[in-house]
Design a protein around this ligand. Structure first.
Ligand code: NAP
Ligand code: HSE
Length: 435
């Protein structure tokens, strides 16, 4: 049986999960892909750290990334370092050396994906990126290969396990934000910088990758609207429940009038929608595809073992292509390079939505009518309003609007926030159907 050499860059949460699972499931993997996958070298930052990997692999550790890449024993370089600088240089160096690549690095792919994909094609090497989005869920392969006959209309995703874990905890048990985040970190779900998880940046990295594969277009990461979950309060979850909705951090990519609407923000979705039932670290991606209809992929979105499952699926794929002499069978984006087009991106200000507006205002006569007057002047029609009778001088007041343009909502809210009766910056949550 053929043997394929793997050079591992990084042996943290995902890298050590990969090392354990390649060893545990070696026979299964070999019988599926027709080759034995062997880790030959492992680069880490600190060789003296204790690691949960099979003992025989400890002798393969080095602190020299280049030593792994340039080793003649390594056919596939698996980049699990994270971050931008060292990881990007390592991938460039490996491709130049003719090594195939597998990476889980969504930050890198969101910012440098186009360059990396082009270079992989130029160098005649494979690039596996399944682990970069939604952990164990095979969404990349679905977009690259399984729906080749359909036109993607929209992608809706819950694709950050940490944020979904926190939101689920806050919905179910009123857990404080900080405590829920700490739990997610202890379970190995959070990024090295958890701000990426809770500020929506990690979700944006992932939707940039999905949108670029779904719509066959580069996606300018800096043009994606990104808003996180840090401003949500327990009262928002309770109001959402009153409206029969839940709050989720949604990633959205849609084609609207020939432009790409790509954004990340908390959204209220009806309790009955499939995405509303995705809880904890679970991820889900809902695709709307021309004649295929709705497809929803659900599964573990983070964690060492779960993410390593996606890495192994890429390794098996590349091993099969090496053995059968079909390297480059599927292009990195799933589109022929000459058929890729650049679709313009639509600014969020031009998007229409219904909105949940949560104000903190003084509870006295005339306040509500001034606020609705401002909304009306900006062409915003009120669908319903609730004020909590907290018997305090400042109370939360919630308004649900009919469909309105984002730009009008922002101008109206800015005006209301300037009133002397408004005591806190207003929270805006978009209402989505999750479909
Ligand atoms: P991690 O636990 O922080 O591990 C990073 C590893 O890279 C560590 O072993 C570290 O060495 C090594 N490393 C970092 N900089 C290095 C350098 N300059 N030279 C040599 N080694 C270096 O990260 P992780 O959670 O496994 O994530 C790895 C990648 O997978 C990231 O791109 C992340 O976004 C992605 N990802 C993670 C998950 C998840 O659930 N955790 C899921 C999907 C994707 P030391 O061990 O010596 O510090
Ligand atoms: N921090 C990420 C998450 C890891 O929580 O989803 C998986 O990409």
């Amino acid at each position: 049986m053929s043997r394929i050499g793997i050079g591992l860059l990084g042996c943290g949460v995902v890298g050590s999960g990969l090392a354990r699972n390649l060893s545990r499931h070696a026979e299964d993997i070999a019988s599926r892909c027709g080759a034995e996958l062997e880790i030959r070298k492992i680069a880490v930052r600190d060789i003296s750290k204790a690691r949960a990997i099979p003992q025989n692999l400890s002798a393969l550790l080095t602190e020299n990334v280049s030593e792994v890449i340039e080793s003649d024993e390594v056919d596939i370089v698996v980049e699990l370092l994270g971050g931008e600088g060292v990881a990007l240089n390592a991938i460039r160096q490996a491709m130049k050396a003719g090594k195939h690549i597998v990476t889980a690095n969504k930050l890198l792919l969101a910012r440098h994906g186009e360059e990396i994909f082009r270079e992989a094609e130029k160098c005649g090497v494979e690039i596996g990126i399944e682990a970069s989005v939604a952990g164990a869920v095979p969404v990349i392969r679905t977009l690259r290969e399984s729906i080749a006959g359909g036109e993607v209309k929209s992608v809706f995703g819950i694709i950050n396990g940490t944020a979904n874990y926190i939101l689920s905890k806050m919905t179910e048990s009123n857990t404080e934000f900080a405590e829920a985040l700490r739990e997610a970190q202890e379970l190995g779900y959070a990024e090295a910088d958890p701000a990426f998880d809770v500020e929506g940046v990690d979700t944006a990295h992932k939707i940039a990758i999905l949108a670029s594969l779904a719509f066959g277009s580069p996606v300018d990461f800096d043009k994606i609207y990104v808003e996180g979950i840090t401003r949500l309060k327990p009262e928002d979850f309770s109001f959402a429940g009153q409206f029969g909705k839940v709050i989720k951090l949604l990633a959205i990519a849609r084609l609207v009038d020939g432009s790409l609407d790509v954004r990340v923000h908390p959204a209220m979705i009806p309790c009955g929608e499939p995405l509303a039932r995705i809880d904890g670290v679970t991820n889900a991606v809902l695709l709307e595809v021309s004649h295929a209809g709705s497809l929803m992929l659900v599964g573990a979105g983070a964690g060492g073992d779960e993410t390593s499952s996606a890495v192994i699926s890429d390794l098996a794929d590349i091993a099969r292509n090496i053995i059968s002499g079909s390297v480059g069978r599927v292009s990195p984006t799933g589109f022929s390079p000459e058929k890729r087009k650049t679709v313009p991106m639509k600014p969020i200000e031009e998007i229409d939505n219904r909105y949940y507006l949560r104000f903190h205002v003084e509870d006295r006569p005339g306040v509500l009518s001034r606020m609705t007057g401002i909304l009306g002047a900006h062409m915003i029609s009120v669908e319903s309003a609730i004020q909590r009778n907290a018997q305090k001088s400042v109370v939360p007041l919630v308004i649900i609007t009919h469909s309105a343009e984002e730009e009008n909502i922002r101008s109206a809210v800015a005006e209301i926030d300037d009133l002397e009766t408004t005591r806190e910056k207003t929270l805006i949550i978009r209402l989505e159907n999750g479909e």
